[in-house]
Design a protein around this ligand. Structure first.
Ligand code: DCM
Length: 130
């Protein structure tokens, strides 16, 4: 049996806030907020996937940090969260995938309407933001 598909999510931190992106699809997830990311492609490391997804979806260059939280089972496979910081360029919602972006402070993380998997990471994000 093939290994589970890995999906990376990016906890992109800047000035003490983490970036949340509002999904436009699929209908079940539209309007909910996520940590930007996507599927790791063949031959790609998780860190490389984080860099590529941030470039494609946000138009920004990032430096990847450590992995946080535990692996989360999702329909698509397994979700792994990596921290990152901005290297260059302000994030913009470039892809059709995101309707908006917001920078979320520690005290606001729990109140965000996260997609289900990302909701499980709330405590880790609060700890990360200090
Ligand atoms: N996904 C998620 N949380 C994220 C990023 C992705 O639950 N932070 C899920 C949504 C999709 C799958 O992973 O089911 C693939 O993501 P995408 O549709 O963005 O490629």
């Amino acid at each position: 049996m093939a290994a589970a598909q890995v999906v990376v999510a990016t906890a992109l931190v800047h000035d003490g806030r983490v970036l949340a992106a509002r999904r436009t699809r699929p209908p079940a997830l539209a309007g909910l907020w996520e940590l930007p990311g996507g599927r790791v492609e063949a031959g790609e490391s998780e860190a490389e996937a984080v860099v590529r997804e941030c470039r494609e979806e946000l138009g920004t260059a990032v430096v990847v940090g450590e992995r946080i939280a535990t692996d989360l089972r999702i329909d698509a496979g397994v979700l792994r969260v990596h921290t990152a910081r901005l290297a260059d360029g302000a994030p913009q919602p470039r892809a059709l995938e995101h309707a908006g972006l917001r920078w979320v402070a520690a005290g606001e993380v729990a109140a965000v309407d996260w997609v289900g998997a990302d909701r499980a990471v709330v405590a880790d994000l609060v700890a990360l933001l200090g």
